[in-house]
Each structure stands twice: as C-alpha cells, then as structure tokens.
Design a protein around this ligand. Structure first.
Ligand code: NAD
Length: 735
C-alpha cells in the first residue's frame, strides 16, 4: 500500500493524493518521500499532464515528519550519523526543489508544470513545507485546521526548506512568529499572513485547485528567488533595514530562549547565512544547521520526551491491557473552587456531561461561570462560536444536590485539602452513585491510600492530580493507591485522553511525583535567600537555566500561605527528620507580614497597582544580609537543578515513578523543568552519571546531605551506564 496515489484527468490535471494507510493523520516517512519523488518524476515526464494538484485523502493535509524516522536514521548511520542525516535532508530538498522548479527550462524558466497544494485541513511541519515548495497553496475554509511550523516546540526548526522559503517569501520579521515561536493559525489567518494564497469552501477545494493549475502561466510558477533581481522582503543582512532586523532578531531570540535552546540559535544562523547566498546554497546551509541540531543531545532529548514519549503516553502506553474502553459519559465534580471549576470546563468542553457540586448554590454557580469566562474570552478571540459556548455551558449542571450525581461514571473530588471533609464527601457520593462509578480525588498532597479508607470501594478509588490552571496545564498525574484496581487506572487514562491531557501514572507517596520535585526547588531558592544570596541572582540563575519561573516567583504565584500550610503538614508527618526549618522561617516571616504572594500584591516581589511584579522586595536584603562573596551563577544553578533531579531519581528508586519516560515528560509538562534538557533523567544522561556524582559530592560538602548522590546514580556512574541505557527495556512501555 502506498502513501501517495495518483490519478489523471482527461483535462490534463494529475491529482496526487496523500493518504497514509492505517493512520488518521498523514505523516511523512522515508518511503513516502521516495514515492513522492517518483510520482513527480513521472508527471513531469508525462506530456499528457499539464499540471498537478497535491492533496490529501484525509480530512487534514499532514501532521508533519515522522520524527521516529529521524531517530532511526541516526542509528542506521553507524559511525557517520551526521552524514546519514545530512544526505536524507538533502534528498528531501531535492524532491521539493523538483516540485518547485517544475521541470522548467533552467535558463528561461519556461515550460514548467504548475503544482498547487490543496489543503483540506491541518498542514503542519513538513505538511506545510511541501506546500511552500508548490506554486500555490489553497486551503479549505476549515476553522479547525491548523497551519504552521511547530518544530521549534520540540527542539527542532523547520529543516525541510521551510526556514529558507518562509524568510524569502515574507522577510525575517514577518516570518519570525511562525519560525521562532512555532505559531499556528487557522486557514483565514494563514491567508492574511501570506502562508496560504486562497481559502475556499471545502466542497470547492479541488475544483478551484484544478482551475488554477489549468490557467497558470509560466510567470505564475517562477518563485521570486528564482527570478532575476530578487530582493528579500524587509532587507537582507547588509541592507540598512535588514541589518536592524537581524540585530534585533538575535537579541529577541536570546531574550526569549535565555540562550538555552540550541535550535533557535541554529535557525537564526541558517537564516542569516542563508540570506547572504543564492537559494540552493541557502538550502544546503539550512541542511547543515538542521543536521547539527539533530545531532545535538538537547534536541534529541527534547524530541524523545516531547514528541515520542509524550505521544506514546497520550496513546495509552501505560494503560492496563485487556480493560475495555472506559470513556467517561457523565462526570461529577465535588467542590466548585479553582480546580473543580477548571475540571468542569475541560470535561464539558470535551463533550462530557458534568455535574458541579458545592456546598452553596452560589459557589456552584460561580464555578460554572468560570467556564463562561473562558468561553467568552474564546469568542472575543474568534476561537469559540456563541453556539459552542451555549453547548458547553448546557453540559454543566451547577447544584448542591448530590442526587444529581446519579448516572455519573466518574467522580472527581476537589474540595478543601482536609482529610475529614474529603472522607465525608466520599461517603456522601458513594451513597448515591452507581456501584461501578470510579471515584478520583484531586488532592495535591494527601496519600491516596489513606483517603481511600473512607471509601467502601477502595479498588475504584484513585488520584487524578490536575495542575493549575486546569485548562492550560497539559499534564495530569494519575496516582494509584495500594488498593487501586486496573479499571480505575484505565478510567483515569481514558478520561485524560478525552480531555486531551498527557497522563503519567505514579504510585502513592507524600506529594506523589511532581510536587515532590518542585518543592525542593522552591525550598532551595528560599534557603539561599536566608543564606544571603542575592534574590535577583537566584531568580536569574533559574531563568538562565531554562526554568520558566524562578523559585521565588513560583512561591508568589502559588501563594506563601499555601507554602506555610504544606510545610506545617510535612513537618507534622516527618517529625524530627524534617529538614526545612530555615525555609519555614522565611515563609512564616513573610506570611506574618501579610506578604502572601501575588494574590496579596506583596510577597518575595513587590507589585504595582495593576498587580504586575515591579521588582524584588527590598526587605529581603534588609532581613537577610547579602553575602559579601556571592556564589557563582553555575553554583546557584546546580543547587536549583540538583534539588529537583535528585528528588526525581529518589522517586524512581522508591518506585513512586515507574518509568523514567514518565518522569521526564511529567517534569517538563507538570512544572516546566528546563524543557531543553528533555527532563531530569535526560539531563543526567546528558552530563553523565559520573559527572553528576562529582557535582553531588561538591554540593553535599558545601550544602548538606540533601545533595548526596542517590545509590542508583552512583551505581550507574560506577558502571558507566545511563538511565535510558539501563532502563531501555521499559521502552516498550512508553516509547
Ligand atoms: P478552593 O478552595 O478554590 O475550592 C474548594 C471548593 O470546595 C470550595 O468552593 C468549597 O466551597 C468547596 N467545598 C468545601 N467543602 C465542600 C463540601 N463538603 N462539599 C462540597 N464542596 C465543598 O480549592 P482548590 O484550589 O480548587 O483545591 C481543591 C483541591 O484540589 C484540594 O484538594 C487541593 O489540594 C487540590 N489541588 C489544588 C491545586 C491548586 O493549584 N490550587 C492543584 C492541584 C490540586
């Protein structure tokens, strides 16, 4: 079975249809690329063919390159992986250049065969780069379609000619949101931006494409950069306007990426160097930079975590086998506060009927109005229609009446973080719901096994830990209590899939996985404040190593009083072994002064009257005298990173985390752990276990036992192994 098929009409139009068998979305494979080339060779040589329409047999055009192919090529390349990758990329350029030059006379640019890309829906990555090589792009008016080049988000950049072509089509400035931020747009916005030439009603797509092909002239199909006198829009680097753009772009990229994402820098180099030379040489330069990125450990780790393993987890890689589909049809949410309201929204938005319960009707109503707020924002951004809003809201019943839970097949409890209240709610719910209903708690700290004691059906009791804000955070952490059964796990995973979140499944322990690792990060930052490390150094060190928020900003966002509460509960549970008294002293001092974080417009930061951070609180330096000799930036960074990664290793050693892949994906999506690293385990593999153990020894000697290298890390170091090397037998589980 082929990925591409071709039909010829009597009027001389060849229609090449991309339809990868057995997949819901087209992705480009090596064989697919070869087939495409063969077909274009054939149609260009066939005198009966006047022009070509390239389209898709599916509702979308294509989702991109199969990134597994790139990983495979590297392995097959043996001693010369870079050469193998470069050759492959150049072969791709050859095919696309063939489409673009259309068999025309090299000198006169006459006699070529026009090719139009007809996109019924989404065209991403190479699924847009191939159309960019065509002579015209026509998209169906499909508001669900996404058009763009998202490569930068997985640590790559558009290396199928997209970088070079887009910059030459629209100039660096206009291309930068699509290249540097991976901005995706619907067809109408794509047309406004110039990515697409025409948007037509879906039922006229092929007809219009045919019409264009049959009427195209020689001049219509010569790309500007192949014509005499071409000048780059906005100016090339040595043009006065271009100079400003290029200088500005470089500063902008560094500001946005903190210099830690190699792909962004490499892309900028490809753009700059490519702008100085003719088109074909520019493609070659793009291919060299793209190869260098594919060979970069950071990009490889990002692809592994953010594309391959994230995708596998979303497809149910860790779902118990042999449990039939557990899709949710009616969900009950208890507690209509910040989390409950968000869970109701994502559920209703996914088509699930939702009952949202609180103690008082106005609290329940307020929870429902949260959805209204999000939908209204969507309407103002033209992402949501009024009909869709009405539909979603109609699915949410806000009430105080537990009887409304009848018929629910999943309950998510999101009431106050108090075991007694949670126990009471569990009993009340179980009194009305069907005996097969699964009960999930959204607790962020309380062990599931303990909470399950309030349930008469502990095997149906599970943790589904959402992150805030629920509608934006991509991860859900599913927690198995000691007695949690497979059906509950399957239900939680099927629910995660319905609401389009990435799930990880972990075992039960205080703080589970994500919070267990993020708390030491925050605490290390606060501890440094108490030691007299300059707070700005702490925050900037974190940002410069790729953390989205510095530890002090993070506590301000989540609130200082929450930190105090968690600290009190942890201390009560740990007794004398509790290690964080210094941290609590700082937190208590701020809390007593009413500096509760962003919500109080005062915390580690000061805030202006619009609620925006205006700088770090001066009182910190007054209370904790700055050290005369401030530590090196890298020492601060090591403290902040090792605080997290060593906890991740311990969570894996303890069996809380069952799979390092989930550990990496969960860290990036759950708390924003330096995405360039691919996650804590990928980062340790990148620096090497032996080196990591050496760093730990230095940190332990200077700052205490919390930095002692865990036994597993020491063992890997001693044997010269890596996490992904040793635990690759689990690859089948998650990759
Ligand atoms: P919240 O205070 O905003 O909301 C709790 C809601 O539960 C309130 O509306 C309250 O009226 C309601 N409630 C309390 N007792 C009730 C009862 N007996 N019956 C019905 N409703 C009741 O709290 P939140 O931030 O939404 O947190 C809820 C749960 O989610 C907690 O367990 C928390 O630990 C967990 N959680 C919170 C976050 C977060 O970032 N806030 C993240 C993950 C998990």
């Amino acid at each position: 079975m082929s990925d591409f098929t071709m039909t010829k009409d009597t009027d001389g139009v060849a229609v090449i249809t991309w339809d990868v068998p057995g997949k819901s979305m087209n992705v480009l494979s090596r064989d697919g690329m070869a087939e495409l080339e063969r077909l274009f060779d054939y149609v260009h040589a066939d005198d009966a063919v006047k022009g070509i329409v390239l389209t898709s047999g599916k509702s979308d055009f294509a989702g991109g390159m199969d990134l597994n192919v790139l990983a495979g090529l590297k392995d097959e390349g043996g001693d010369e992986p870079a050469q193998a990758l470069f050759d492959f990329i150049m072969a791709g350029h050859r095919v696309m250049r063939k489409i673009e030059r259309a068999g025309m006379d090299a000198k006169t640019s006459k006699g070529g065969k026009p090719t139009v890309a007809a996109l019924p829906g989404t065209g991403l990555g190479i699924g847009l780069e191939i159309p960019l090589a065509c002579h015209r792009r026509i998209a169906a008016d499909n508001p669900n379609a996404k058009i763009g080049l998202p490569e930068i988000k997985v640590g790559l950049f558009p290396g199928g000619g997209g970088t070079t072509r887009l910059v030459r089509m629209m100039g660096v400035m206009a291309a930068s949101p699509y290249l540097l931020q991976g901005k995706l747009v619907d067809p109408k916005a794509a047309k406004a931006a110039g990515l697409i030439d025409e948007v037509v009603p879906a039922d006229q797509l092929l007809e219009r494409a045919r019409e264009w092909v049959l009427n195209a002239t020689d001049a219509d199909i010569v790309k500007p950069w192949d014509a005499k006198g071409y000048k780059m829009p906005g100016g090339a680097p040595y043009h006065p306007a271009g100079f400003m753009t290029f200088v500005g772009a470089s500063a902008m990229v560094n500001a946005q990426t903190m210099g830690v994402y190699p792909a962004a820098k490499a892309m900028l180099s490809a753009i700059y160097e490519g702008a100085l030379v003719p088109f074909d040489t520019a493609l070659r330069i793009e291919a060299r930079w793209f190869t260098s990125i594919l060979m970069n450990p950071s990009s490889a780790a990002m692809i592994r975590s953010l594309f391959i393993n994230k995708g596998a987890l979303e497809k149910g890689a860790v779902r118990p086998a042999n449990v039939p589909d557990q899709k949710v049809s009616k969900i009950g949410i208890i507690g209509a506060g910040m989390m409950g309201a968000g869970i109701a929204y994502v559920s209703a938005n996914a088509g699930i009927e939702a009952v949202l319960i609180d103690q008082k009707q106005d609290a329940a109503d307020k929870g429902k109005s949260y959805s209204e707020g999000i939908l209204d924002k969507g309407i103002s951004r033209k992402k949501v229609t009024p009909e869709k809003k009405a539909e979603v809201l109609a699915r949410i019943t806000a009430t105080t009446d537990y009887a409304a839970l009848k018929g629910c097949d999943l309950i998510v409890e999101a009431v106050f973080e108090d075991p007694a209240i949670k126990a009471d709610v569990t009993a009340k719910v179980e009194a009305v719901v069907d005996a097969k209903c699964i009960f999930a708690t959204n607790t962020s700290t309380l062990p599931i096994t303990d909470l399950a004691k309030a349930s008469a059906r502990a095997e149906q009791f599970i943790g589904i830990h959402f992150f805030s804000p629920v509608d934006r955070m991509l991860l859900v952490e599913i927690i198995k209590g000691k007695q949690t059964g497979d059906r509950a796990v399957a239900k939680a995973l099927d629910f995660a899939r319905q609401i389009r979140k990435t799930p990880i499944v972990v075992n039960d322990a205080r703080f589970f996985y994500a919070n267990r690792c993020i708390i030491p990060y925050i605490n290390e930052g606060i501890r440094m404040v108490a030691e007299g490390v300059n707070p700005a150094l702490i925050e900037n060190a974190a940002r410069l190593v790729g953390m989205p928020l510095g530890p002090l900003q993070l506590v301000d966002e989540t609130s200082i009083d929450l930190g105090v509460k968690i600290a009190q509960a942890t201390k009560a549970a740990m007794g004398d072994a509790y290690p964080d008294d210094t941290v609590d002293e700082v937190l208590n001092w701020l809390a007593d002064a009413g500096r509760l974080g962003r919500k109080a417009a005062a915390g580690f930061y000061d805030y202006n009257d619009k609620g925006k951070r205006s700088g770090l609180f001066n009182g910190l330096a007054a209370k904790y005298a700055p050290l005369d000799a401030q530590p090196e930036l890298t020492e601060v960074q090591h403290r902040l990173l090792f605080a997290q990664v060593l906890e991740a290793v311990r969570a894996f050693e303890d069996g809380v985390l069952m799979d390092i892949r989930e550990g990496d994906v969960g860290a990036i999506l759950g708390w924003g752990f330096a995405p360039w690293s691919g996650g804590p385990f990928s980062w340790l593999d990148m620096i090497g276990a032996a080196q990591a153990v050496d760093f730990c020894a230095v940190l332990e000697a200077a700052h205490g036992a919390r930095f002692a290298a865990p036994a597993l890390l020491q063992d890997l170091a001693g044997k010269g192994e890596t996490f992904y090397g040793r635990f690759s037998d689990q690859t089948s589980k998650a990759a």
